[in-house]
Design a protein around this ligand. Structure first.
Ligand code: NAP
Length: 482
């Protein structure tokens, strides 16, 4: 069933956890941006919820300050800012108790579609969902938005899904993966399915392999305790990289519609072959020049949690048999880079002499920084010096295109507006999340039963040497990070 698509001027958005970090840095600035460009009309209501006792005016003062920091361009416009703040209310509710729910009900208008954004710990999802129905605050048109992490393993993800589904139907549940809100990620679908050029080449006959990289230069300082319970596999691989793999590998959906797109992504996850431990490298960054390493940052000298993971993943279907997907993600690496590199096979017969060391044709879909798409081609080196080949890039940077047409959107902005519009295409469905855990669980369980220890790597490097070997032994090599 598809959610009712509504005009965007008839909504109330309730943000649970409105005093938290995510609301301050992403959700409220995102809403303000959409308001500033006229996408959020004067009738829309934002109801902020948290446990802290304060008046609506005090909360608006906090929001004013954070918008100055996180949305400075529009926050300079005092009139605009005042109008936006005028649409925000604050209600004190402790999600674990019975206080505040009637006040919340009273703050909502009767004829709006209500969206509830749970920017709180996942342990509160079920309780909040139950309270919203118990107090008749949620209606059959309401939407509920939940943040990652969605479960710690298959059992906990199933329990979270069951908790949410006791109060909401699947078509009302929006599981956020902000990677899916990125312009390039959506463009991957446009590129593949709106052009006749690529689809005939998009298979194992023409594609040698795919590399998906999400590299971060920061460590885990500040959130070490949380991260150490999770690690790169749970925090990044099972969700973000898996979603990127699905969009790259999925069959063309019959239409651009939530259930059709998500059915195809699910089929990819279900077609993944088990990954042998010999195709996985786990790493942990070490200290350097007096700077703390992972173990210092998480305050646990015996931790066996990985801050880096690389793996070779194969998909057991006709399209991809024989084309591996190499995935890697980690902290404290050389640069902050996220990209999908689709590397094509070499021509079957090379007629030219003087062939330089070739890396071959590739399409690189850059998620950050500098969202865009690069096509690596081989051309004749310009000039009179004989017939030599050279590799050049055809580059498309989205910021150049966006500037001409509109303001660039942060992934959160896009996704929040999709919730309001009732479009679930870019959100993860419950069965997708569970299938991804069903794939990840045996891998993680094996580490635990073997008491496997990650290999150390240097901060500022490309990761452990063993990860380089993962490709070298197949006669391939990773792209440079950064
Ligand atoms: P945070 O800074 O710790 O904020 C938590 C919020 O929840 C606060 O507003 C807190 O306000 C409220 N809260 C806590 N217990 C509550 C209760 N019993 N009833 C009502 N409100 C309660 O956390 P965050 O970083 O914003 O993250 C929120 C969620 O998003 C988490 O699930 C996190 O994993 C996820 N997430 C965050 C980020 C990020 O960049 N921050 C990124 C991805 C996902 P009071 O103390 O006033 O109640």
């Amino acid at each position: 069933m598809v959610s009712r698509v509504i005009p965007v001027n008839l909504f109330d958005l309730v943000i649970f956890g409105a005093t938290g970090d995510l609301a301050k840095r992403k959700i409220l600035p995102g809403l303000f941006h959409r308001f500033a460009v006229g996408q959020m009309p004067a009738k829309a209501g934002i109801i902020a919820v948290a446990r802290t006792a304060m008046s609506a005016d005090s909360f608006r003062d906090i929001v004013r300050e954070s918008l100055m920091e996180f949305a400075p361009k529009f926050a300079q416009d005092k009139d605009l800012l005042a109008r936006f703040l005028g649409q925000i209310d604050y209600v004190r509710v402790d999600a674990t108790g019975d206080q505040g729910w009637d006040e919340l009900a009273a703050a909502l208008r009767p004829d709006t579609v209500r969206s509830f954004y749970l920017s709180v710990a996942p342990s509160l999802f079920g309780t909040i969902a139950a309270q919203l129905t118990a107090h008749n605050i949620a209606t059959k048109d309401s939407r509920i938005v939940v943040e990652k992490p969605f479960g710690h393993d298959l059992a906990s993800a199933q329990a979270l899904n069951a908790d949410l589904r006791r109060s909401f139907d699947e078509h009302q549940i929006y599981r956020i993966d902000h990677y899916l809100g990125k312009e390039t990620v959506q463009n991957l679908m446009a590129l593949r399915f709106a052009n006749a050029l690529w689809e005939p080449l998009w298979n194992a006959t023409h594609i040698d392999h795919v590399q998906i990289t999400v590299a971060e230069d920061l460590g885990v300082d500040g959130r070490g305790e949380y991260y150490d319970q999770s690690g790169a596999m749970r925090d990044m691989m099972q969700n973000h990289l898996m979603q990127l793999l699905c969009l790259t590998a999925m069959e063309p959906p019959s239409r651009f519609q939530p259930s059709a797109v998500r059915d195809e992504k699910l089929k990819v996850i279900e077609a993944l072959n088990p990954v042998p431990q010999t195709d996985i490298v786990r790493g942990q960054y070490r200290g350097r020049d007096g700077a703390g390493g992972y173990l210092d940052h998480v305050g646990n000298s015996k931790s066996r949690t990985e801050s880096y993971i690389a793996m070779k993943v194969t998909i057991g279907n006709w399209r991809w048999a024989g084309t591996p997907f190499y995935l890697r993600t980690g902290k404290k690496l050389r640069a902050r880079t996220s990209e999908i590199a689709v590397v094509f096979r070499d021509p079957p017969h090379m007629i030219f002499p003087h062939v330089p060391e070739r890396r071959g044709n590739a399409m690189i879909i850059r998620l950050q920084p500098d969202e865009g798409i690069t096509l690596r081609n081989t051309i004749k080196e310009p000039g009179p010096g004989g017939f030599r080949l050279a590799e050049v890039n055809l580059d498309m940077t989205f910021a150049d295109i966006v500037e001409e047409h509109s303001e660039p959107q942060d992934a959160y902005e896009r996704l929040i507006m999709d919730v309001i519009r009732g479009d679930q295409t870019l959100f993860m469905r419950g069965d997708e999340v569970e299938a991804a855990w069903a794939w990840a669980d045996p891998i993680i369980n094996e580490w635990q039963s073997a008491r496997s220890t990650p290999v150390p790597y240097d901060q500022g490097s490309s990761g452990p040497d063993d990860a380089l070997m993962l490709l070298h032994r197949d006669g391939r090599r990773w792209r440079e990070i950064g």
